[in-house]
Design a binder for this molecule. Sequence first.
Ligand SMILES: CC(C)(COP(=O)(O)OP(=O)(O)OC[C@H]1O[C@@H](n2cnc3c(N)ncnc32)[C@H](O)[C@@H]1OP(=O)(O)O)[C@@H](O)C(=O)NCCC(=O)NCCS
Length: 145
Amino acid sequence: MHYRLIKENDIKPIFLLGKSYFALKSEYSWDRSVNSIRKYLKKSFGLGMVCCDKTGIVGFVLVEKNYSSQKPNVARLTYIFVDKKYRHQHIASVLLDSASEKLKRLGKTDMITDVYTKNTTSLDFFESNEFQIKEKRVILSRKIK
Ligand SMILES: CC(C)(COP(=O)(O)OP(=O)(O)OC[C@H]1O[C@@H](n2cnc3c(N)ncnc32)[C@H](O)[C@@H]1OP(=O)(O)O)[C@@H](O)C(=O)NCCC(=O)NCCS
């Protein structure tokens, strides 16, 4: 396995790998298009890292460097994913640590993320990687009349 920064040719494979999650049927899931991944190539916007073996990309992490202008030291992990066949080998943990190392060098002090509460696997993963639950929020909506 090796870990490296994302490059242009990775955008499509990343999208295909995470597609089932990117294209969540939830009405309120984020814009998970190929273009939304391309943004992470821009150093001013984000950071993307992949884990590869000889078959290609098996995992990735995407981080927004500037979560809020009022909180310049906070980065936001938008997505972390490992191919089902490669889970439980600490690939996501290494991706997370590699991204953290790079963010630290940029002066970032905190990383935030959010997950669906029903996604207990990812909650377990984040908690085992020292993330703490800070707030719980619900998404509400109404029709605009
Ligand atoms: C969450 C995800 C990225 C974890 O990837 P992974 O490479 O398997 O995770 P790691 O091997 O680094 O796991 C590290 C620790 O997290 C916890 N963990 C990971 N998966 C777990 C699971 N299914 N159940 C319970 N704990 C789990 C464990 O404590 C594990 O340490 P251990 O193996 O020594 O017990 C992966 O399951 C995934 O891609 N899920 C779908 C996408 C997703 O939901 N992403 C998060 C939202 S952005």
